[in-house]
Design a protein around this ligand. Structure first.
Ligand SMILES: *Cc1c(COP(=O)(O)O)cnc(C)c1O
Length: 352
């Protein structure tokens, strides 16, 4: 069968998933495991969101609305008068954007180490990924980034960045956009945790796309809903390239209800801020300051794989950062979980 398969999908590579909690529970013999590997919200979605999703299930015989006017209106009420696309998670949005703009041979610039899906999506279209490494403190050298973008189609910049946790200031992003002639996809998956607001940049630049997800702060990882602020002039092309009906009826209903519940976000953000401070103060190893709902921990002289395996034996699932290209092999990424999960993690990491 291999002869039928594109070179991209032969051999190593592909998206790296966290270890399954069921698998870890079986291996460790523990009934409760701490799930700190995927930056999910430990809180379930609020009751209003569950109700909206359940009602929507009753219309499961019908296709979802292709351009859901009510949801787009809800996004406008929430954020202001911008143009939006939606997708099956932000991953779906990234796929739509890349499919719209990247032809085989086009250069796609990625600030690394970062989320792997930009590169995977770009390569799926035949794009050529150009990594621009961050500095030792994980800051972005705006000049080097802008230089690498000359002649490229699109560049990806994640802020706050996964897996390093740090954010660029709005001014730093503006500095990059000022020198730019390609599109910039600014991934704001964790922006709710940062206190930063990049939205005003949408009014200043027609080369900017800002990606958002409901998988993290909004507790909807399992429903797969993401969206992006896009330049008005690009909207019709993006809609033409998108997979039809990629956002299902239940996700649409849940997303609309979730946008209306600011209390859930405030509660989540307060919990995350408190715990990332505690992680920084109480982990007996170097921890990178974080603007997100996770921290990056330097576990040297162990490797990330070794620390991850040893924590798994204690029922704590974290993410080894070995697969993040451009990052040394001695890091783990740890999400802020529930009180109990975080306490268990603190106890076990300091015993390693
Ligand atoms: C989680 C994550 C996403 C994707 O989110 P989905 O909406 O679940 O597809 C995008 N970018 C970054 C940096 C992430 O960490």
């Amino acid at each position: 069968m291999k002869r039928f398969v594109r070179q991209n999908y032969i051999g190593e590579g592909g998206y790296v998933f966290a270890q399954s909690p069921e698998e870890i529970a079986r291996q460790s013999g523990l009934s409760r495991v701490a799930r700190l590997a995927s930056n999910e919200n430990p809180l379930p979605p609020p009751a209003s969101v569950v109700e909206a999703g359940l009602s929507a299930l009753r219309e499961g015989n019908r296709y979802p609305e292709a351009r859901p006017a009510a949801l787009i209106d809800a996004l406008r009420r929430h954020h202001g008068d911008y143009s939006f696309i939606i997708g099956n998670g932000m991953d779906g949005v990234i796929e739509t954007v890349v499919r719209t703009v990247v032809s085989p041979g086009d250069r796609v610039v990625v600030s690394t180490p970062t989320f792997s899906f930009y590169g995977l999506a770009a390569e799926a279209q035949g794009g050529v990924v150009v990594p621009v490494p961050r500095a030792a403190d994980f800051s972005v050298d705006a000049g080097a980034f802008v230089d690498a973008c000359r002649g490229a189609k699109i560049a990806f910049l994640c802020s706050p960045n996964n897996p390093t946790g740090n954010a660029l200031s709005v001014e730093a992003v503006r500095e990059i956009l000022d020198g730019f002639d390609c599109l910039l996809f600014l991934d704001n998956a964790y922006v709710e945790f940062s206190g930063l607001d990049y939205r005003p940049l949408m009014d200043e630049y027609d080369t900017l796309i800002e990606g958002r997800t409901m998988s993290k702060a909004y507790s909807l990882a399992g429903l797969r809903f993401g969206y992006a602020f896009v330049p008005a002039g690009l909207l019709s092309y993006l809609n033409r390239a998108a997979t039809p009906f990629s956002v299902n009826t239940v996700a649409l209903a849940a997303a609309g209800a979730a946008l209306a519940d600011q209390g859930h976000i405030d509660q989540t953000v307060a919990h995350v801020r408190r715990w990332r401070e505690r992680f920084l103060a109480e982990i007996d190893r170097p921890v990178s300051p974080s603007d997100a709902n996770f921290v990056l921990v330097d576990v040297a002289p162990m490797t990330g794989d070794e620390a991850t395996a040893r924590l798994a034996k204690k029922g704590v699932i974290v993410r080894s950062c070995r697969s993040f290209s451009g990052l040394a092999d001695h890091y783990i990424r740890v999400s802020v979980g529930s009180e109990q999960e975080n306490e268990l993690f603190l106890e076990e990491i300091n015993r390693l």
